[in-house]
Design a protein around this ligand. Structure first.
Ligand code: FES
Ligand code: FES
Length: 214
C-alpha cells in the first residue's frame, strides 16, 4: 500500500495562490495603513486623558486632620473611619484595630481631649478637632507619666491593647475618675485586655494618678 505523500507545492496551486494573495493583501494593507496613518493622525488628534484626581472620584474627598499638633491631609472616601485613616493613610499605626466594632477599646484616641473610639468615628467628622494618638503623648524622649507607669508596673503582656489602655487612662485621670479601685475599674471597663493584665493596669493607673501602687 502506497504511503500517502504530503501534497507537493504544485499540487495545491489554489492554496499557494490564496496564501500568496493573502500575504500580498496583508502587505498592501500594512502599506496602506502606513500611508493612511498620517491622515488618521490628522483626522483624530491625540486626546490627552485628563489626569485622574482621587479627589474627583465619586465619594472621595480631601480630608484635613490635625493629629498630634500637625495638620495632615489625605484623599479618602467619606466612609473611611478615623482608625483606618490614621493607620493606613497617615502612617500612624500605634492606634490598634481590635474588634473594629466599638467593643474592645484598642482604637482609643483623644478628640479634643476626650477619649473616643476611632473605629466608630468617621475621619471626615474628625476634621476641625484636635486628635491625639499614642504617638503624640511623649515629649521627645520623655515618656508621658502614664506610659512610664505602664512600664514601671508591668502593665502589659502582649501589648496589643496597651496604646488604647494608655489613651483611656490619661483621659480617666483627667476626668477625675480615680478615687478608688472600683471607680477606676468602672471607668476603664471599655478597654479589654486579652492577656488579663488588669491588676497591673490598675496599679499603673494609680501610680500615674498619684494614688500609690495597688
Ligand atoms: S477596634 Fe475600636 S473598639 Fe475595638
Ligand atoms: S496586654 Fe495583651 S491584650 Fe492586653
Amino acid at each position: 500500500m502506497d504511503e500517502p505523500h504530503p501534497l507537493p507545492a504544485s499540487a495545491s496551486p489554489g492554496l499557494a495562490s490564496t496564501r500568496r494573495s493573502f500575504l500580498r493583501q496583508a502587505a498592501g494593507l500594512v502599506g496602506a495603513a502606513a500611508v493612511a496613518r498620517p491622515w488618521l493622525a490628522q483626522a483624530e488628534p491625540a486626546v490627552t486623558p485628563a489626569p485622574v484626581s482621587p479627589a474627583s472620584t465619586p465619594g472621595v474627598s480631601t480630608i484635613t486632620l490635625k493629629v498630634n499638633g500637625t495638620v495632615r491631609t489625605a484623599e479618602l472616601e467619606t466612609r473611611v473611619t478615623l482608625l483606618d485613616a490614621l493607620r493606613d493613610h497617615l502612617q500612624l499605626p500605634g492606634t490598634k484595630k481590635g474588634c473594629d466594632h466599638g467593643t474592645c477599646g484598642a482604637c482609643t484616641v483623644h478628640i479634643d481631649g476626650q477619649r473616643a473610639l476611632s473605629c466608630l468615628t468617621l475621619a471626615a467628622r474628625a476634621q476641625g478637632h484636635e486628635i491625639t494618638t499614642i504617638e503624640g503623648l511623649a515629649q521627645g524622649d520623655t515618656l508621658h507619666p502614664v506610659q512610664q507607669a505602664f512600664i514601671d508596673c508591668d502593665g502589659f503582656q502582649c501589648g496589643f491593647c496597651t496604646p488604647g489602655q494608655i489613651m483611656s487612662v490619661t483621659a480617666c485621670i483627667a476626668e477625675g475618675h480615680t478615687h478608688d479601685d472600683g471607680e477606676i475599674r468602672e471607668w476603664m471597663s471599655g478597654n479589654l485586655c486579652r492577656c488579663a493584665a488588669y491588676p497591673n493596669i490598675l496599679a499603673a493607673v494609680k501610680q500615674a494618678a498619684g494614688k500609690g501602687a495597688a
